[in-house]
Design a protein around this ligand. Structure first.
Ligand code: ADP
Ligand code: VHF
Length: 369
């Protein structure tokens, strides 16, 4: 971590608010002090911050975090302005400018969109500005929104080719079970997905956070499988975490950089339906490098067009992979279980192709509990 030149730091709502759920200016100042120190030492930091909804609760006189989409959008719209004003003032105390970048899930992976985001972030860093990223909550709809900022931070890390990602939250690391459960202990290192076996995590966050530990593990998986190591710790540890001391939980990088399209398919795409595979097709797809042929498909659900993302599931409904399908859903029943040879003879050329080509397919790792 101390060698990492470019770091994405994500701070959650739970670390930016006091017990009353209101924005805690002290937490923002402390974070800005630490990041300014790293900046002076030559490190580039992209900050992904939650807190727009939490910051808007009080000004709008709401009692709790709104659950309906329209009120959440309005609350975020009010709160985001207040949040960025606090950061602007906190960094200005160190002579630093901040640049607000509000993204949606699509912006981090869709070709035309991510180029824009990438260009803006690179230029901000070149200019010595601290980019401050959040989801564009005021316009994000349920279909396309992340909701939590953990996975957004992982995709931003990929986008800016970060050397490391730091997830700051209200617990000092990953525990063997919910931290308030007697007997739960902190895990200092996760070297591979196998180390996660037996760990109990919940998707329930603190009163103001979203996604709990589940989305943090997803984010860690997105980053580490793309070659980016992750530190998960409490916000109070940010100084020592960025200095490279051993705190929280360290997730070692397990893979290499992958294409954004595959990253999107694996982690951000909303599937429009599913294809049920027979056992032979499941084995072929799991083995890697095999395309899905019509002969291995036994059923289809959903309403989709050629080119849409779909789930590939086994006979028990377990998702094995995701892929971009080559046929409309209405065409597939006529192809089920048929060999490409028969299909060409009967339906003509164009029907003798893969249902999902191997280049358009990513395996989904099944998490054992
Ligand atoms: N195995 C676990 N280890 C650590 N924390 C866990 C675990 N399972 C669930 N959690 C919960 O996840 C919460 C953090 O998630 P969240 O409130 O969404 O944080 P943030 O606002 O920082 O994103 C912790 O307060 C903790 O109660
Ligand atoms: N974009 C939202 C993030 C929602 C949220 O609470 O995320 P987190 O605290 O990171 O689990 C916000 O700013 O309120």
């Amino acid at each position: 971590m101390s060698d990492a030149h470019r770091v994405v730091v994500k701070i959650g709502s739970s670390s930016l608010t006091g017990d009353d759920g209101r924005l805690a200016p002290g937490a923002i100042r402390t974070l800005a002090d630490v990041i300014a120190g790293r900046h002076a030492a030559g490190q580039q930091v992209v900050l992904v911050t939650s807190g727009s909804v939490a910051a808007g609760i009080d000004p709008l006189g709401l009692a709790t975090r709104p659950r309906d989409l329209a009120t959440a959008q309005a609350t975020a719209s009010v709160g985001q302005g207040m949040l960025i004003a606090r950061y602007t003032a906190a960094f200005a105390a160190h002579g630093l400018q901040v640049g607000q970048v509000l993204l949606t899930a699509e912006d981090t992976v869709r070709r035309g969109h991510y180029r824009n985001a990438q260009r803006a972030l690179e230029r901000l860093l070149e200019l010595g500005v601290v980019p401050i990223v959040n989801e564009n909550d005021a316009v994000a709809t349920n279909e396309i929104r992340f909701g939590d900022n953990d996975r957004l931070a992982a995709l931003v890390s990929h986008l800016v080719r970060a050397d490391a990602m730091v997830l700051l939250t209200d617990v000092d690391g990953l525990y063997t079970g919910p931290p308030d459960k007697p007997g739960s202990t902190r895990i200092s290192e996760i070297r591979s997905p196998a180390d996660l076996e037996g760990i109990e995590v919940t998707g329930r966050g603190s009163a103001v956070g979203t996604g709990g530990m589940t989305t943090k593990l997803e984010a860690a998986s997105i980053a580490t499988t793309s070659g980016i190591p992750v530190v998960l710790t409490k916000a109070q540890n940010v100084t020592v975490a960025l200095a490279g001391e051993e705190v929280g939980t360290w997730f070692a990088a397990t893979g290499k950089r992958t294409s954004r399209r595959r990253l999107w398919l694996a982690h951000a795409a909303r599937t429009r339906g599913s294809l049920v595979l027979d056992d032979g097709a499941v084995a072929a797809v799991r083995g890697g490098r095999a395309s899905l042929l019509p002969a291995g498909v036994t059923d289809v659900t959903g309403d989709f067009d050629a080119g849409d993302p779909v789930d590939l599931v086994d006979a028990h409904g377990v998702v094995v992979a995701r892929g971009l399908v080559a046929f409309d859903s209405s065409e597939i029943p006529g192809l089920l279980g048929r060999s490409t040879h028969d299909l060409r003879d009967e339906l003509g050329e164009g029907y003798d192709r893969e249902v999902v080509h191997r280049d358009d397919l990513v395996l989904v790792r099944v998490r054992r509990r």
